[in-house]
Ligand binder design. Structure first.
Ligand code: MN
Length: 292
């Protein structure tokens, strides 16, 4: 199933558009992967100025193709995000962070942000942030695979994740085809970051091809040079409630997290950055939110 991206305006100082494939009306998650946003490529100077905002119940995995972004969070992290590194923030019970594209480091910002829902037994853990460099890779004819989460083709990412899943970047040369051995108990998403790519069908740029569990291999072909992300995981066992930047299980949890953020409660900590200010949570809709 191909899901085409839709554009969404981020709450930032620059009003930048992002391209979102998950969550989608017809498909909420692929394994624990529950959010896929692509930024750019766009000039770095108006790319990303996202002031302090909170998260609960999820991990954010930020993957850059080009450019640089400064991450700061309420655990005291100050990290320059650069291409090839995995930046993994585990919100657990609650964290706040900001993201600032750095002018003058490179001309173009091109990035993907993914969210990973935390299962019940790890979603209340204390927050933490890690930057992983020198991720393991696999070289194939015409292709290079970097595994940033879980295991693929015998190589395993050191990243701390909390449910059975995999995430990998695949760079293909024009004309290359790779056949990836995959777990038949996982469902998968093939995200085309750039290039002319096909699986069993043509997958447009910035779209995701969602492949249900039950296959032993996935074939990816590139007509042009291409960058693809492979995301996969065991079908997520819980119904989740995603609202704004929070993932919970009940309406009451979301109401509480929203109020605590807007009250600047200790739950989400404090930090200084060069952006200043913070993004208040919007009003809740006038209905009881239900997990699904
Ligand atoms: Mn965020």
């Amino acid at each position: 199933m191909i899901i085409e991206p839709r554009t969404v305006k981020l709450t930032t100082r620059t009003g930048v558009d992002v391209y979102r494939t998950l969550p989608h009306r017809d498909r909420k998650m692929v394994g624990a992967w529950c959010f896929v946003d692509m930024f750019g490529p766009t000039p770095q100077h108006d790319a990303m100025v996202v002031a302090a905002h909170p998260h609960t119940g999820l991990q954010t995995a930020t993957w850059l193709l080009s450019g640089a972004v400064e991450h700061r969070d309420s655990e005291g992290s100050v990290q320059m995000l650069v291409p090839g590194d995995l930046n993994l923030m585990t919100a657990g019970h609650g964290i706040s962070h900001s993201e600032l594209a750095l002018v003058g480091t490179e001309d173009v910002l091109h990035a993907v942000q993914l969210w990973i829902a935390l299962p019940d037994d790890s979603r209340h853990q204390p927050p933490h942030f890690e930057n992983y460099t020198n991720l393991p890779s696999v070289e194939l004819p015409g292709a290079r695979i970097r595994v940033f989460a879980g295991e693929l083709m015998g190589v395993t990412s050191p990243a701390a994740t909390y449910s059975p899943l995999v995430g990998a970047e695949i760079r293909l040369e024009a004309g290359a085809t790779v056949q990836l051995p995959v777990r038949s108990d996982f469902e998968y998403g093939v995200v085309v970051v750039s290039g002319h790519v096909s699986t069993t069908e043509n997958v447009p740029e910035r779209a995701i091809d969602v492949i249900p569990a039950g296959v032993n291999s996935i074939t990816v072909s590139a007509e042009t040079d291409a960058i693809v992300l492979l995301l996969g995981g065991e079908p997520f066992p819980d119904k989740i409630l995603m609202w704004w930047n929070f993932i919970g299980r009940t309406h009451a949890e979301i109401v509480e997290a929203r109020q605590q953020w807007n009250d600047r409660s200790d739950r989400f900590g404090q930090f200084e950055d060069r952006i200043g200010g913070w993004i208040p949570a919007p009003d809740l809709p006038n209905v009881v939110l239900a997990p699904r």
